[in-house]
Design a protein around this ligand. Structure first.
Ligand code: PLP
Length: 423
């Protein structure tokens, strides 16, 4: 290991604290954290000069690849103007255009208002606060209940965490958060008293953190119909599924659904900068007019011009490179090579999102304490692939720009890692 890497690692072990990480494992002398220093396209390089395929798009954010010339140029151009200005009391051109373009993806009388924030958790936080405050201001103050689905993940701030159904992460904070009813499916949802419910939130088509589990086809459409019939607002958390991941620009398009609140983050800036958007309808927006109805919410970096400039460039690349059109081929190809490579394991695919749930030869799950998923991902590094497991489900979520050859590289690297562990 070179001196520079050693110095960085020493500082890290001495002063840093990583997310979702047992720092004891992280600081174990036998574990070698990678210092990532450079990226280009689907590739990342560490401080020792080793190259890796970015197999989870840098925690589900990257879309067009690293150091994309168009996104880089947009960031540079914006920096020569201004990096950040306040959105509280002022507007900025990039945010204006970005809001218009985001609304342009939806029929003109549906989602029309964009509220910017910083990340997926705050996008969800905004939607929830808007949904609750809307009821107070429209004579429906009995609608105080929020509903979420079992095993859901909506972020880690207290409000978003209250909606989380993954007990390992959220259980210990349950008593501090908002009251939320959890349901497993539409049957359980229909059994609730809808008159008390302000909104229901769901990750459409696929629950990411729940090991990439897919909802049954048509479920989202049925949920929208139930919301229409009962007057409950539908919040779609497209933080993971947005921006082409599932094969269409937004997952909700696949079932012809438009929500009352749409939460976007991860892919919004192509994976460059933290920026999020909560998009809602004109009806909801109107209920916040007037001095007693103000939405008292915002962050220092709301509508950061640099993030908005790169987000606009990302949308430009979607059109210029015909990304969505190309995806229909890539997604089919990706699914095919995954099923061929892992016939024994459970492969779940939705567009360019894949979860490969590792199973024993008899189809049963591995004991959790064997940490099979973690060990396979560590082995994959040796074959040039970076990704993370969710328990024993290996996530492969490549940047959308990945070519067929690059996808083959990633799948083969994972295959070699499973063979190394005789799976
Ligand atoms: C990642 C994620 C979030 C949280 O986003 P952050 O940017 O990490 O706060 C919320 N919902 C879903 C579905 C996510 O995948």
């Amino acid at each position: 290991m070179n001196d520079q890497t050693q110095q960085w690692l020493a500082w890290d072990r001495r002063h840093c604290w990583h997310p979702f990480t047992d720092q004891r494992d992280w600081c174990d002398p036998d574990f070698e954290p990678l210092m990532l220093v450079r990226g280009e396209g689907v590739w990342l390089w560490d401080s020792e000069g080793r190259r890796y395929f970015d197999g989870n798009s840098s925690i589900w954010t990257n879309i067009h690849g690293h150091a994309h010339p168009v996104l880089n140029a947009a960031a540079h151009a914006q920096l020569t103007e201004v990096a950040h200005t306040s959105y509280l009391g002022f507007a900025n051109p990039r945010a204006s255009e970005l809001a218009a373009r985001l609304c342009g993806f939806f029929p003109s009388d549906t989602l029309t208002r964009v509220f910017f924030s910083d990340d997926g958790s705050t996008a969800v936080e905004c939607a929830v606060k808007m949904a609750l405050q809307y009821r107070m201001q429209t004579g429906a103050s009995e609608r105080t209940r929020l509903v979420a689905f079992d095993n859901a993940y909506h972020g880690d701030t207290m409000g978003a965490a209250s909606l989380g159904g993954v007990s390992l992460f959220f259980e210990r904070f349950r008593k501090f958060g908002m009251p939320v009813s959890f349901v497993r499916d539409l049957v359980e949802l229909r059994a609730l008293d809808a008159r008390e419910i302000a909104a229901v939130i769901i990750e459409p088509l696929i629950q990411g953190v729940n090991q990439m589990r897919l909802w049954p086809a048509g479920m989202l459409r049925e949920l929208r119909e139930w919301c229409d019939a009962t007057g409950v607002h539908l919040i779609l958390d497209e933080v993971m599924t947005g921006f082409g991941r599932t094969g269409t620009m937004f997952a909700c398009e696949r079932e012809g659904v438009v929500p009352d609140f749409l939460c976007l983050a991860k892919g919004l800036t192509g994976g460059y900068l933290p920026l999020a958007a909560t998009i809602t309808t004109e009806t909801i927006y109107r209920a916040f007019e007037g001095p007693e109805n103000v939405f008292y919410y915002g962050h220092s970096y709301t509508a950061n011009p640099l993030g908005c400039a790169v987000a606009l460039a990302s949308l430009h690349v979607f059109a210029a490179e015909k990304v969505i059109e190309r995806l229909s081929h890539s997604a089919d190809f990706f699914a095919r090579i995954l099923h061929e490579a892992f016939p024994r394991h459970q492969v779940r695919v939705c567009g360019m999102i894949a979860g490969i749930e590792l199973r024993r030869a008899d189809g049963s799950a591995f004991p959790a304490e064997e940490k099979t998923g973690v060990r396979v991902c560590l082995a994959a590094r040796e074959f040039g692939l970076l990704t993370r497991p969710i328990r024993d489900t290996i996530v492969l979520m490549p940047p959308l720009c990945a070519t067929d050859e690059e996808l083959v590289f990633a799948v083969e690297a994972l295959k070699k890692a499973t063979i190394k562990h005789r799976l």
